[in-house]
Design a protein around this ligand. Structure first.
Ligand SMILES: [Zn+2]
Ligand SMILES: [Zn+2]
Ligand SMILES: [Zn+2]
Length: 139
């Protein structure tokens, strides 16, 4: 995703496209795995951690990102690629206990919880833990 594409996506999602927000959105769009705040700080280099955190929180409020705990000590973030976020676009994640990487399992849908009447789901966190293919051979 280039700068202008990131900018128009933010505008379309009713987020004022400031320079920092565009950069953070662009870096998220290029990530191959869900990233932590620290990963983003290192990847960007020019924006301080507090500003990145504020932006991520704001993106989460606008449903631009999925924020979830994966079993590592930090929250992980990824772009929500659906035009409008619904619980149906959530996929499962796999956390490798050996290399500590989190994988997106795009084809693994999150099982629907059978909620009692009156409860409406907005977000769900489904993480499978184990050993990834890269680490299998190194056990
Ligand atoms: Zn989503
Ligand atoms: Zn691994
Ligand atoms: Zn994912």
């Amino acid at each position: 995703m280039d700068y202008n594409e990131a900018k128009s996506t933010l505008s379309a999602r009713k987020v004022k496209p400031t320079a920092n927000r565009i950069i953070i959105y662009k870096v998220l769009s290029e990530a191959t795995h869900p990233v932590s705040l620290t990963d983003l700080e290192i990847a960007i280099g020019t924006i301080d951690k507090a500003s990145i955190f504020r932006t991520l929180t704001m993106f989460a409020d606008h449903d631009l990102v999925h924020a979830f705990m994966d079993g590592s000590k930090s929250m992980k973030y990824e772009l929500c690629v659906a035009g409008v976020h619904t619980i149906g676009d959530m996929h499962a994640h796999f956390y490798c206990e050996k290399c500590l990487k989190t994988y997106c399992l795009e084809d693994v849908r999150v099982p629907q919880a059978n909620l009692p009447e009156g409860f409406t789901a907005h977000d769900v966190n489904y993480v499978v833990k184990g050993i990834c293919p890269d680490c299998q051979g190194k056990l």
